[in-house]
Ligand binder design. Structure first.
Ligand code: ZN
Length: 358
């Protein structure tokens, strides 16, 4: 259960200049895998529901924050969802969740069947077929929680389209940027940022800036051939860091969209000055692209104490990032990705958001 709840009836629904609109994906807490494992390590699953409670609690202390809910048309939502993810992958997610017997059962991939042999797979093989790693186990409520996060991202895009004057923040879990067109991985199942961008690109070019510590391999892949969506990522060097196989400078986009994918890998130990210099370069590329909207994949696992990252950003540095985003003058749709330091995550997100509001 969530440790903090909000009375939606009392949520302010009007928006005005310099206010932040926030939407929360409901039911995320029902998705709560307990364990993750790496080559030589087994421990607590990093993407805990408390992360969202902490962020919500920090936002509650700010003024000028409007919590909102927005109904979206199911048909148009599914059209966008199925333009980002393949129908067979969505079906596999649903089947796997349905196969879990109770809320404590989570399936982890054991085998990864080669893509040639994709018929007649049993549950134990389906999860491996659609996974790039073992960090995205599936339980009874995983599909529902992922779908709700995707729906919230979509609702935020609709809200942004209707009123681009002030930033919109999607407080969603599970995160999305490691999920590709037909695979899960890295705590991600559906690519929330891609779903929001796909909706917004109907109205004009979209830039996605991914500031999570880990490269957004899924988002890069989804827009690899799309010259209407610029993907820019600043992240830990994949020679050392997850996802290990993507995020290098040479990855610049497919033939028809060459130059529309820009990676800035940085070494462990990166601090404020080096980080902000690179952020300025990234924003310069975004401004040159002249997007109508800027989508931010916001991970705060770049913080110095984050257990999953090796950068050394301080709390005040997140304010500096927020101010630079505000300075672009672009409509901002900010989606939550990672950030796993359970003491500080809420404060870091709040620091960035309040500064991003200008
Ligand atoms: Zn991350």
């Amino acid at each position: 259960m969530s440790v903090f709840s909000i009375s939606w009836e009392t949520a302010v629904k009007e928006t005005s200049k310099n206010r932040l609109r926030v939407m929360l994906s409901s039911g995320h807490e029902k998705h709560h895998p307990k364990m993750e494992y790496q080559l030589d390590w087994i421990g607590t699953y990093s993407d805990q529901p408390e992360r969202i409670d902490l962020i919500l609690s920090a936002l509650k202390d700010l003024s000028g924050v409007d919590l909102m809910m927005k109904e979206v048309g199911e048909q148009t939502f599914w059209e966008v969802l199925e333009s980002v993810h393949t129908p067979d992958y969505l079906k596999a997610l649903r089947l796997l969740s349905e196969a879990a017997r109770d809320e404590d059962e989570y399936f982890y991939p054991v085998v990864h069947p080669r893509r040639l042999y994709n018929t007649g797979l049993q549950i134990s093989q389906i999860i491996g077929y659609y996974s790039i790693d073992n960090f995205a186990p599936i339980g009874k409520d995983t599909y529902g929680a992922a779908l709700e996060a995707a729906r919230t991202a979509y609702a935020c895009a609709e809200e942004m389209a209707a009123n681009p004057e002030t930033p919109v923040y999607a407080l969603v879990r599970p995160p999305g940027h490691h999920a590709g067109r037909d695979y899960m991985g890295g705590y991600c199942y559906l690519n929330n940022a891609a779903i929001a961008a796909r909706r917004l690109v109907e109205m004009g070019r979209v830039a996605i800036l991914d500031v999570d510590y880990h490269h957004g391999n899924g988002t890069q892949e989804i827009f690899w051939h799309d010259a209407d969506v610029l993907y820019v990522s600043i992240h830990g060097d994949p020679d050392q860091e997850y996802p290990l196989y993507s995020g290098r400078i040479e990855e610049k986009g497919g033939e028809l969209a060459h130059g529309f994918n820009i990676n800035f890998p940085l070494p462990g130990g990166t601090k404020r000055d080096e980080y902000l210099q690179v952020l300025d370069k990234a924003l310069e590329a975004i401004i040159t692209f002249q997007p109508r909207y800027l989508v931010i994949s916001l991970g705060v696992d770049t913080y110095k104490n984050d257990p999953t990252g090796e950068f050394l950003l301080e709390q005040a540095d997140f304010g500096a990032i927020g101010r630079r985003l505000a300075k672009t003058g672009l409509p901002l749709l900010i989606l939550q990705e990672g950030g796993y330091d359970l003491l500080e995550t809420g404060k870091l997100v709040a620091e960035l958001l309040i500064n991003a509001c200008g």
